[in-house]
Design a protein around this ligand. Structure first.
Ligand code: CP
Length: 312
């Protein structure tokens, strides 16, 4: 059985194995117990330092990485690109080298350019974690999504997952497709034709013609945020029309299995992707996704920082 991750970095789920995903998800179960115990404290990262470097806004990812680091005893600090020397023209690689020169063990980076974390990882000895790069991947979000599904359904293999909404701009969708497919889940996708990535079928997903077709019989229904900030031109007529044709409401969600999970990576545009009533209903696991995000990120930091502890 695999006991540690193969690389120093986590850049995406396209380039890690099923066994590595299993290792992170299993280790996250231990971390969730620590969180639930009420005494959120371990010494696993004592003597380590973790820096979050965010070139884009974030609430969940940045906070959960910071809490995960602190719960485990690491020194943790945040750098926002807008208030750092990036605004004076410092390059990505020079910024990475500067952070690494402070003997940082882990750099967690979010960047609007796909591939930015990969470039940084090549230029620093520290572990680099991709916290979302452009329209490419958001691996820790997909890991926490997989954790949530497995926690509630008892398995990932054979689970039917519907992903709906702005798939074109969604790094969450891409990471989930890579990760869930590796773990044996079946994925259906539905998006407006202008927000559906070309050749997405080649990733092994079923493209549905209607929202009802995608949701019917699903074990988990994952809405995606409409990423207006990444749209260079209008890709749908109006938000009112988007809501009318693509919003999941209680009627549509009732087509899923009786015990289906409603999920969303957040932040949600209420009434656009999901109806407000549905977000607040008992089938909604959106808050639990956030809780699980801390556990998954604790597990990942432990595995990357303490690879000797997890020797084969
Ligand atoms: N899901 C997610 O990445 O949320 P934030 O942008 O708030 O980090």
């Amino acid at each position: 059985m695999l006991k540690r991750l193969k690389n120093k970095d986590l850049l995406g789920l396209s380039d890690i194995t099923k066994e590595e995903i299993r290792l992170i998800l299993d280790h996250a179960k231990t971390m969730k117990q620590i969180i639930k115990s009420g005494v959120k404290k371990t010494a696993d990262l004592q003597g380590k330092s973790v820096i979050t470097l965010f070139y884009e806004n974030s609430t969940r990812t940045r906070l959960s990485f910071e809490l995960a680091s602190k719960y485990m005893g690491a020194a943790a600090a945040n750098i926002s690109a807008s208030t750092s020397s990036v605004s004076k023209g410092e390059t990505l690689v020079d910024t990475g080298r500067t952070i690494a020169a402070t003997s940082t063990d882990v750099i967690i980076i979010r960047h609007p350019m796909s591939g930015a974390p990969h470039l940084m990882a090549k230029n620093v000895a520290a572990s680099v974690i991709n916290a979302g790069d452009g329209m490419n991947e958001h691996p820790t979000q997909a890991l926490l999504d997989m954790y949530t599904i497995e926690d509630k359904k008892g398995k990932l293999d054979g689970v039917e997952v519907a992903i709906t909404g702005d798939a074109l701009h969604s790094r969450v969708a891409r990471s989930n497709i890579w990760g869930l497919s590796k773990m044996g889940a079946n994925i259906r996708i539905f998006a407006p034709s202008t927000l559906l990535p070309k050749e997405i079928e080649k990733m092994g997903v079923k493209v549905c013609k209607t929202l009802s077709e995608a949701v019917e019989g699903a074990d988990a229904v994952m809405g995606l945020r409409l990423q207006l900030e990444r749209q260079k031109r209008a890709l749908f007529p109006t938000e009112r029309e988007y809501s009318k044709y693509f919003c999941i409401d209680e009627k549509i969600f009732s087509l899923a299995k009786k015990d289906a999970l409603l999920m969303h990576p957040g932040p949600v545009n209420r009434g656009l992707e999901l109806s407000s009533a549905l977000i607040d209903c008992p089938s909604s696991f959106i808050d639990e996704q956030v809780t699980n995000g801390v556990a998954v990120r604790m597990a990942l930091l432990d595995l990357l920082c303490n690879s000797k502890k997890f020797a084969y």
